[in-house]
Ligand binder design. Structure first.
Ligand SMILES: Nc1ncnc2c1ncn2[C@@H]1O[C@H](COP(=O)(O)OP(=O)(O)OP(=O)(O)O)[C@@H](O)[C@H]1O
Length: 544
């Protein structure tokens, strides 16, 4: 009897519908792989955790001074022996070890899932670049070695949606000279270059734990414009900074971001402290301010702002003037003669806005005499135990833009150097309730008088500046890496011996400047005091 052939399975698509459609086959393979991965996940985490524990143990061992290794080894052996003798001791030790390894491996598994495809390669490159700095030939088991395991050195990291590193915490060997600024700078520069230039990085060194944490700072918001800030008497808002930099916040109205797309993409992260306003209208946000305190007890009664051309020093002075006018009287000397303070002319509380050389000298001479008069009146009142007289209670603000130009012109004309006339207000301003604010360009810093340099303890530097320039102006380096491209009004500030803050000055344009945004110009116009009836008529604002 002949055998009936078995029916042929139709696996191919020729001549009919395939038994297993290709899409379903791929899905089946993927779900099988996922299932296997899920089953193996605890094992993977466990083995990773064991590797981490071994690495930590090895690191601790290498960091131990030679004379302490013997006693530590003896203690470890003794503990092991006691455990061996205890009933269920080896079992308890094994369970504890598995638990610890599972815990150590668990967190790392989570971190690894966030790593983009080329993230591992980036971390490996970074690790290799650090080897020459973090290794020594006499180290028997170096944490950093060519071809070594980067995961032992980098214990947490994060990437942004573009696959760029945004946070990294690394361990370094105890023998690395982290107390030396030069050694630190070398590492920071290397990490800056390898992690992507153009972003601002914060480096935090933990010398006790031999850890370095790198964080990419988000761009400061450019959405805050001039407005009445909620401050106490004697406080002036210079700008806004990072939440981690100051304890306090101020409620402010913020419009849509005014910075270009370039800046956002250059820094690669979202703005600090502010969400971009959803519509075009401003919204209230709580933002950390850099507040400068002046008054009889202030240790930094005068301010110096330096910047690259067009970086926003005039805008900062205008912002200070508008805040000062709510409590005091203002005198503006515009050495640049650009007329960018014309909006203040003839307003109540504005004593003068001077642009011409003769007028500037006369105004500064008057300011010197007024300081002496206030000083004498304050001293007399103090001796008689009376409160200060009414006419010296309102602070007098002297704002000087580009004194270096004034000095140059005065020298050419054979006149008195206007900066000399400033020395009395600078020296005695604190007791006489007189505040001096000087703004100039960075390259003119050499032309500033000794009195200006030594009495201005509140400092601001704006524009694209190097770390060295920040150090030269503020007396301390920034704790971040300055970026080569910044919007106007961006820089660093330091009050006395305090920390260096990143800063963004509120947009306070000349309201007569048609190129400025309408909302910002209107905000400045709203803050201007009413015209002084006794003063000559101020010019009408353009389009205002
Ligand atoms: N904080 C800011 N926010 C928004 N725009 C600003 C800010 N600061 C300055 N700007 C804009 O940048 C331009 C230059 O500003 P500003 O005149 O204040 O700079 P500057 O340093 O005084 O320049 P210069 O060297 O010409 O004196 C202006 O158009 C101004 O509106």
């Amino acid at each position: 009897m002949g055998r009936r052939p078995l029916p042929r399975l139709r696996l191919g698509s020729a001549g009919g519908t395939p038994l297993v459609p290709p899409g379903r086959g791929r899905a089946f393979a993927r779900s099988t792989a996922d299932g296997v991965a899920d089953v193996l996940q605890p094992l993977v985490a466990l083995s990773r955790g064991l590797r981490v524990l071994a690495a930590v143990g090895r690191r601790k061992w290498t960091e131990l001074p030679g004379d302490r290794r013997g006693p530590v080894f003896t203690l470890a052996v003794a503990c092991g022996f006691v455990l061996y003798l205890l009933p269920y001791g080896p079992l308890a030790a094994a369970i504890s070890l598995i638990g610890a390894a599972g815990w150590a491996g668990r967190g790392r598994a989570g971190a690894a899932t966030e790593t983009p495809a080329d993230g591992t390669e980036r971390l490996r490159t970074l690790y290799e670049a650090l080897v020459p700095y973090f290794s020594a030939s006499e180290d028997p088991s170096p944490l950093y070695s060519h071809g070594g395991d980067w995961s032992e050195a980098f214990d947490s990291f994060a990437f942004d949606e573009n696959g760029r590193l945004t946070r990294l915490r690394l361990h370094y060997p105890a023998y690395f000279t982290d107390g030396e600024p030069a050694a630190r700078t070398r590492i920071e520069q290397l990490l800056y270059a390898k992690s992507g230039r153009g972003r601002e990085y914060l480096f935090e060194w933990d010398e006790e734990a031999n850890n370095l944490t790198l964080t990419v700072l988000p761009a400061l918001s450019t959405a805050i414009h001039a407005q009445r800030f909620v401050t106490a008497p004697g406080e002036t808002v210079l700008g806004f900074t990072d939440p981690s930099s100051v304890q306090r916040t101020l409620p402010v109205l913020a419009g849509p971001e005014t910075c270009g797309e370039d800046e956002e993409s250059a820094e690669g992260t979202r703005e600090v402290g502010l969400k971009k306003a959803a519509g075009d209208g401003p919204e209230t946000q709580d933002v950390p301010p850099v507040v400068w305190r002046t008054g009889p007890r202030s240790t930094e009664p005068h301010l110096l702002a330096l910047g690259q051309p067009g970086s926003g020093t005039t805008t900062l002075l205008r912002s200070i003037a508008l805040q000062a006018l709510s409590q005091g009287e203002v005198l503006v000397v515009d050495g640049g003669g650009t007329g960018e303070y014309a909006c203040l002319s003839g307003r109540t509380g504005v004593l003068a806005v001077e642009c011409g050389p003769a007028g500037m000298l006369a105004t500064l001479e008057w300011a010197g005499h007024e300081t002496e008069r206030r000083l004498i009146a304050a001293n007399r009142a103090r001796q008689l135990r009376h409160p200060p007289p009414e006419d010296i209670r309102r602070p007098l603000w002297i704002l000087l833009d580009r004194p270096s130009v004034m000095s140059h012109l005065a020298a050419a004309d054979g006149r008195t150097d206007p900066q000399e006339l400033l020395s009395v207000p600078l020296r005695h301003g604190r007791a006489a309730n007189v505040r001096v604010v000087v703004a100039d360009q960075l390259d003119a810093a050499e032309a500033l008088s000794e009195a200006v340099r030594s009495h201005t303890r509140a400092r601001v530097v704006l524009g694209p500046v190097s770390s060295e320039q920040v150090t030269a102006v503020l007396g301390a380096p920034p704790h971040t890496t300055p970026t080569p491209e910044v919007p106007p009004g961006r820089g660093y500030a330091r009050l006395g011996a305090g920390p260096v803050h990143r800063i963004q000055v509120p947009a306070t344009p000349d309201p007569y400047d048609e190129a400025a945004g309408e909302a910002e110009r209107q905000a400045v116009l709203r803050l201007l005091p009413a015209p002084d009836p006794a003063a000559p008529q101020a010019p009408a604002p353009v389009g205002g």
